[in-house]
Design a protein around this ligand. Sequence first.
Ligand code: F6P
Length: 357
Amino acid sequence: MKRIGMLTSGGDCQALNAAMRGVVKTLYASGEEVEIYGFLDGYRGLIYSKFRMLTGKDFSGILTKGGTMLGTSRTPFKTINDPDENGLNKVEAMKQNYYKLQLDCLVILGGNGTHKTANLLREQGLNIVTLPKTIDNDLWGTDMTFGFQSAVNIATDAIDCIHTTAASHGRVFIVEVMGHKVGWLTLNAGMAGGADIILLPEIPYDIDKVIEKIEERDKRGSRFTIIAVAEGAISKEDAALSKKEYKKKMEKYPYPSVSYEVAAAIQKKTGREVRVTVPGHMQRGGSPCPYDRVFASRLGAEAGRLILEGQYGFMVGYKNREIVKVPLEDVAGKLKMVEPGATIVQEAKLLGISFGD
Ligand code: F6P
């Protein structure tokens, strides 16, 4: 008999349900007797012992469903060791609940912050297996996270829609893409959507270079320009500021987000009409794309196999086209960013895409 706890933490994404289903289907298929405890709303459920016993029925028909059937929340790692408002030691509470339920293992689905806490729980002696979830694709130790491809599809659709209206009006259009502090989503959606300029956090932009590209297109007779801007994009001037100086600047920041700053600068310097579109949380919503359904199922199957073999302390990831297990201590606390010199960036430049650098 295996007693498995399961939770989803951090921002949701597509294919969380598919991944959980993959784990549970594998466990059931093995013929091993299993009890599944689904903790609600991320680590919060584990801290406050809020859970649901799950059976095969709960995992039926969820392969295609977006969101997470367990609910999720953000429980910042930064304050995980601080007592809660009632003085409760959160880490001790999680351990106690794990032992009280006599769990053999916790399956944790999450992104960067989630993995730091998962690794802490491992250090504290709990058996942990994790699965890499996030539309940002910024988890170290895996070439791909589930949710990413679905979000690329949605962000690409947004850019595609903007293309036709931008072409009709001859305007400059900015589409702001999620991704937190990394540019994977913007880079991929930008290339897939045929963006002319792509601004990423990893490649600070020079607004004059951005304008140069717009004007070059004008001269060639292109009536419009599409700019895919990562929500974490940063100008060269801002990137040169110290952390303190940057924080001070942001206290008086007059724009809702960086795209509006880029738009205002282009408008001021060129007099061109610029429009901003922010698809926002749409990028995390809806059904997982077929790629993510297959990918999350494969990751889930491998997690199930590790559990059956009693192999703990790993994230199941994807490296060089293989599903692999990666030690949690290697994953926690590291960001996988776009290398400015990466071949994909070079290829995008060969295609004539400007990164504003
Ligand atoms: O990490 C996933 C993500 O969607 C990021 O792309 C984005 O910056 C962030 O979460 C938004 O967080 P929230 O849903 O808390 O606003």
